[in-house]
Design a protein around this ligand. Structure first.
Ligand code: COA
Ligand code: ZN
Length: 302
C-alpha cells in the first residue's frame, strides 16, 4: 500500500515572522523561503497584506510576493488578508490564493482586525464576489479557545462554519490561535467539522504553547486532515492574542511523520539547515522547535 500523504503547508514567513520584533530584511525572508522550497515544500504562506501600523514586519509584503511569484511560478503561494483592501493588493500582485481571517471569538476578532463578525463576513462576501477565480481559504481563528473569552463551544464553531459555508467558503483552516487545544477537543471539533462538511477542504493550524503542538497536529491527521500548517523553527504567534507561543515546528513535525512512514515529500535535513539559518539570522524569534537546539555532535538525530 502506498504511504499516506500529508501536505505540509508552511506558514512561518507569515505567522512566524509577524511575531518577530526586529525587522527581518527582505533578503533574509527570501532566503528562508528558498530553503523551504529546496526542502520540497510546495505550499507556502509567503506574507500577509495587513496594515503596517498593525504589523510593521509585513511592510515588504509586495516585494516578498513579487519575488516569490517570479522565482516559484509552479508552487502554491498564498497570503493572509484581513480585509478587502488587503485582498485587492494581493490579487494585484498576482496571487491566486488568499486566506481571509475571522475569529470565532467576537472579542478576538475586534482586537485582531477591528471588525465585528457582521463586518468581517460582509467583507468576505465582497471578496468572494469580486474574485470568483481566486481560491479563498478561511482562517477560523480561536476555534479551540480564546485568550479573552476562554472556551469556545462546539456549537459556536459549527454555527460559524455554517455562516461561512453559506456565503461560499469551501476551504477552512481550524486554528488554535493561542494553543488551548488538547487531543480530545481536536477529535471533537475536527471530527464534527469533517463529518458535516464533506465537500470542504480542512487544514489544521496549531500553536505549541503547552508543548502539545505535535500531538494536537497529529491528532487532527488521525481524524482525517491531510493538510497541515506548520512553521519553520516553531516560530509564530499573533501579536493580538496574548499568551501564544510559536506554531508546531515544521522540522519537528516532518521528522516525526517521515519516520512514521508518511509521505510528506519534504527533506528533513534541508529543513533543519533552513531553520538553523533562520535562528542564526533572526535572533529575537520565539523558537519553539526542538531540533534546532539539538547538538548533533552529542545526540544523533537519526
Ligand atoms: N494592507 C495595508 N494597509 C492597509 C490595509 C491592508 N490590508 N488595510 C488598511 N490599511 C491601511 C489604510 O490604508 C490606512 O492607512 P492610512 O492610515 O495611511 O490612511 C490604515 O491602514 C488604517 O486603515 P483602516 O481601514 O482604518 O484600518 P484599521 O486601523 O481599522 O485596521 C486592519 C484594520 C484589519 C487593517 C488592521 O487591524 C490589520 O491589518 N490587522 C491585521 C492583524 C493581523 O495581521 N493579525 C495577525 C494575523 S491573524
Ligand atoms: Zn497562528
Amino acid at each position: 500500500m502506498a504511504p499516506k500523504k500529508i501536505e505540509i503547508i508552511e506558514v512561518g514567513p507569515r505567522d512566524g515572522f509577524q511575531n518577530v520584533p526586529e525587522f527581518i530584511p527582505t533578503d533574509v525572508k527570501l532566503k528562508v523561503i528558498d530553503g523551504l522550497v529546496k526542502s520540497g515544500i510546495k505550499s507556502i504562506q509567503v506574507t500577509s497584506f495587513v496594515s503596517p501600523k498593525a504589523i510593521a514586519q509585513m511592510k515588504d509584503a509586495k516585494d516578498v510576493t513579487t519575488a516569490c511569484l517570479e522565482r516559484y511560478p509552479d508552487l502554491q503561494l498564498f497570503t493572509l488578508v484581513p480585509n478587502l483592501y488587503g485582498a485587492k493588493a494581493a490579487v494585484e500582485c498576482g496571487l491566486k490564493e488568499l486566506t481571509y481571517v475571522i475569529s470565532v471569538s467576537d472579542t478576538h476578532n475586534e482586537k485582531n482586525v477591528k471588525r465585528t463578525h457582521d463586518q468581517s463576513f460582509e467583507e468576505l462576501a465582497q471578496i468572494l464576489e469580486l474574485y470568483p477565480d481566486i481560491k479563498i481559504n478561511l482562517d477560523v481563528a480561536t476555534t479551540f479557545g480564546c485568550p479573552f473569552e476562554g472556551d469556545i463551544s462546539l456549537e459556536r464553531v459549527m454555527a460559524f462554519l455554517q455562516r461561512a459555508y453559506n456565503i461560499g467558503i469551501r476551504s477552512f483552516n481550524l486554528c488554535d490561535t493561542v494553543g488551548l487545544a488538547h487531543p480530545e477537543l481536536i477529535k471533537e471539533v475536527v471530527g464534527s467539522a469533517l463529518r458535516t462538511y464533506q465537500d470542504c477542504e480542512f487544514q489544521i493550524h496549531i500553536h505549541d504553547t503547552r508543548n502539545m503542538g505535535i500531538i494536537n497536529t497529529f491528532t487532527a491527521v488521525e481524524c482525517g486532515i491531510d493538510k497541515v500548517q506548520t512553521a519553520i523553527g516553531g516560530l509564530g504567534g499573533c501579536p493580538f492574542a496574548p499568551g501564544a507561543s510559536g506554531n508546531t515546528s515544521t522540522e519537528d513535525f516532518v521528522y516525526m511523520v517521515n519516520r512514521m512512514g508518511y509521505d510528506t515529500g519534504v527533506d528533513f535535513d534541508t529543513l533543519l539547515q533552513t531553520a538553523k539559518y533562520l535562528k542564526d539570522n533572526v535572533s529575537s524569534g520565539n523558537y519553539s522547535g526542538h531540533h534546532i537546539f539539538i547538538d548533533k555532535t552529542k545526540v544523533s538525530t537519526q
